[in-house]
Design a binder for this molecule. Structure first.
Ligand SMILES: Nc1nc2c(ncn2[C@@H]2O[C@H](COP(=O)(O)OP(=O)(O)OP(=O)(O)O)[C@@H](O)[C@H]2O)c(=O)[nH]1
Ligand SMILES: [Mg+2]
Length: 336
């Protein structure tokens, strides 16, 4: 059986409903998509597939050897983790920063560009900021693809959830008569295997499964939590004037204790669905059972809790950050 699901790329099988590519045996001949893709597309019913990280990395490493044009996608909200795998490609790379519609409209692209240039020494043809949801800069991206492609095949790679399959669907809508779309979803590892999509006579897009980062909040949580923490619309930043020994509680997920002895200002960027509250450090031990990381930040630093939020801090600060054990927490220069 070598038939593949056109939604996620998994090989069809009818032995195990909990594994990828499952279809009822009576549907094997005529099915185009697997049961998991069908349920994601029609009911928003998400089934997380546990595949080994090394399967995905093998595909990524194969793409690196190709001399073809590669679109390397990074989610703007996960920029540091997503960009960290951008090295060692044989082909030319266009860095595509996705989901810019989630940032407040006041954020200037130049600021984001400066951040990338200052912090990363990248060997790429171009950096393009896009939104597949809002069809933003898709024409510019297409022009750049046509100018730089080598042969007809173009690879899309990046961490899981970076927006690869969404970009492919956006390109199909704009540049093809095709009607079948690849599966996208908020859960990690939606695309299971390589999928080739012939856009037109000049371009074949190759979707790939994303690299899995276990230190991201998304990979540690249940579907209802992923739904809550994934931003769906433009983020409304929340600013708090902090006094010494105050604490910010981020939903049920994280806590930032502010321990310096002057006033400060925190602005938090995260899904609008997450409740944030400010308390005095000593009033409650809520979430203090989680892993703690200590920071001394400089003026205009961010604290990033991977996959959950970032917090822009105006003045130097002494902090304790509590969150899930596996999740990476780090400081950086302000992104915006
Ligand atoms: N707001 C917004 N959300 C987006 C955009 N592009 C993708 N998303 C969302 O991001 C999530 C992941 O998108 P996918 O296209 O499935 O990501 P992927 O890179 O294919 O993920 P894997 O297949 O797991 O590697 C989905 O919930 C998308 O709706 C965008 O431009 N704006
Ligand atoms: Mg995908």
């Amino acid at each position: 059986m070598t038939k593949k699901c056109i939604g996620c790329g998994a090989l069809f099988q009818s032995d195990d409903p909990n594994k990828e590519g499952y279809v009822d045996s009576c549907m094997l001949k005529k099915a185009l998509i697997c049961r998991r893709c069908f349920r994601i597309k029609n009911y928003g019913d998400y089934q997380i597939i546990n595949k080994s990280e090394s399967d995905y990395r093998k595909i990524f490493d194969e793409v690196k050897k190709e001399k073809k044009l590669v679109l390397y996608l990074c989610d703007i909200l996960n920029i540091d983790n997503d960009i960290s795998e951008l090295k060692g490609f044989n082909g030319s790379v266009i860095l595509v920063i996705t989901k810019v519609d989630l940032l407040p409209k006041s954020v200037k692209e130049k600021k984001l560009c400066d951040y990338i240039k200052k912090n990363y020494d990248l060997n790429v043809l171009n950096v393009i900021f896009i939104s597949s949801n809002k069809n933003y800069n898709i024409d510019l991206l297409m022009k750049t693809i046509l100018k730089n492609k080598v042969g007809n095949e173009i690879y899309l790679v990046g961490n899981t959830n970076a927006g690869k399959s969404s970009l492919i669907n956006c390109l199909i809508k704009s540049y093809s008569d095709g009607e079948s779309f690849v599966t996208t979803s908020i859960i990690p590892a939606t695309t299971i295997d390589v999928i080739k999509i012939k856009l037109n006579d000049d371009i074949t897009l190759i979707d790939t499964p994303g690299i899995i980062r276990k230190d991201n909040f998304l990979y540690n949580e249940k579907v209802n939590v992923i739904k809550e923490i994934s931003p769906k619309a433009e983020i409304k930043p929340r600013t708090y004037q902090m006094k010494p020994n105050q604490s910010i509680i981020i939903g049920n997920y994280a806590r930032i204790d502010y321990l310096s002895d002057q006033k400060n200002s925190f602005t938090i960027y995260l899904s609008n669905a997450i409740k944030v509250r400010r308390i005095n450090v000593n009033t409650s031990d809520y979430l203090k059972n989680l892993k703690v990381s200590n920071f001394n930040t400089k003026p205009r630093n961010d604290i990033v809790i991977s996959g959950l939020c970032f917090c822009k801090i105006t003045c130097a600060a002494k902090l304790k950050v509590y969150t899930e054990e596996k999740v990476s927490v780090y400081k950086r220069d302000n992104l915006i």
